[in-house]
Design a protein around this ligand. Structure first.
Ligand code: ZN
Length: 322
């Protein structure tokens, strides 16, 4: 068994997941518990308990005087000090999760946004490991994003960089859950793909295997498209085009070597979205004749990307210490 070098934690709306991770990104041991809602002290207790449990499991060969560093990814807005400013699905606001966990666990703890952690996982041990410049888009309930530029994770001045789902692709376009109009998330999340199919079904008179489904999920659309459903294929072509539009702007700004598409819906629909996405990208990117387009690839770490990235980022922070 590989030696664990750090622990990664993912705080989701339903479960807190912990993984002990080796230097090469391999997951050595895991644990999980229900996520407490809206209570930072209960969350810190749950994470601390899981960390100690998993640490005992992998701790036989380790020097107990040097506790494993802990990285934590949270779906929501997290500042550079590891305070969760706002996280709707865990009911947290202005919650100093990093400070509280450092006090509880007495070791290096790094708390960041979950998509940021997933980007670091794919960058260090997944689909972007050969690239110094990479973009990640996670398509799920929403659209999350991460960026690596020159081998470094981009966090921004306040820690709120890389909200790539809220890049505007159409002025006054569809309403996004964030309140703005025309964000990429309103066109390319799993939720928005399902919603678009629902809307189109109301006036679609050629028959569809999705007839009678209410609500239609993104996964329903992908399954129908795989079976050749004409409407589902159209809806995914449209989502792929919007993704290509959004990615073209990111490519013009950043010139990445790799664009990684992950998240539940992104991984599920990757091969269906890829051709239209590339077509839209090629027709919109600046200076096509004189440039190499990035490889647009599927994520490799699946739903482990967040815990792997969190663990490896915590280890990097520990090594940065004097
Ligand atoms: Zn938005």
């Amino acid at each position: 068994m590989s030696t664990a070098v750090a622990l990664g934690v993912d705080v989701g709306g339903t479960n807190v997941r912990v993984a002990a991770v080796a230097a090469d990104g391999g997951v050595v041991a895991t644990g999980r518990a229900p996520t407490p809602f809206g209570d930072v002290e209960a969350l810190v207790a749950a994470i601390s308990g899981l960390v100690r449990e998993v640490e005992v499991e992998v701790g036989g060969e380790r020097d107990a005087a040097v506790p494993l560093p802990v990285g934590v990814g949270v779906a929501g807005t997290v500042d550079r000090g590891g305070t969760v400013r706002y996280a709707a699905n865990t009911g947290l606001s202005d919650a100093p999760v990093q400070d509280r966990l450092r006090a509880s666990l007495e070791r290096t703890v790094v708390v960041r946004n979950d998509a940021t952690m997933a980007m670091w996982g794919e960058s260090r041990a997944g689909a972007a490991r050969s690239a110094d410049d990479a973009v990640l888009l996670t398509l799920g309930t929403g659209v999350g994003g991460g960026l690596v530029v020159g081998g470094r994770l981009v966090e921004g001045h306040t820690g709120q960089a890389t909200e790539l789902g809220h890049v505007i692709v159409l002025d006054n376009g569809r309403r996004c859950p964030c309140g703005n109009l025309g964000c990429l998330e309103a066109y390319a999340s799993g939720t928005s793909i399902g919603r678009r199919a629902s809307g189109r079904l109301a006036t679609w008179d050629r028959g569809s295997s999705m007839d009678g489904l209410e609500p239609v999920s993104g996964a329903d659309v992908v399954a129908a498209a795989r079976a050749g459903d004409e409407l589902a294929l159209e809806v995914l072509d449209e989502a792929g085009t919007w993704l290509g539009v959004g990615i073209a702007s990111l490519v013009n700004a950043l010139d990445p070597a790799v664009v990684v598409i992950g998240g539940g819906a992104g991984s599920d629909a990757f091969e269906l979205l890829h051709p239209t996405l590339l077509r839209a990208l090629r027709s919109r990117v600046f200076g096509l004749a004189g440039r190499t387009l990035p490889n647009v690839v599927a994520a490799e770490l699946g739903d482990s990307a967040g815990v792997v990235g969190a663990a490896l980022l915590a280890r990097d922070h520990q090594e940065d210490r004097p």
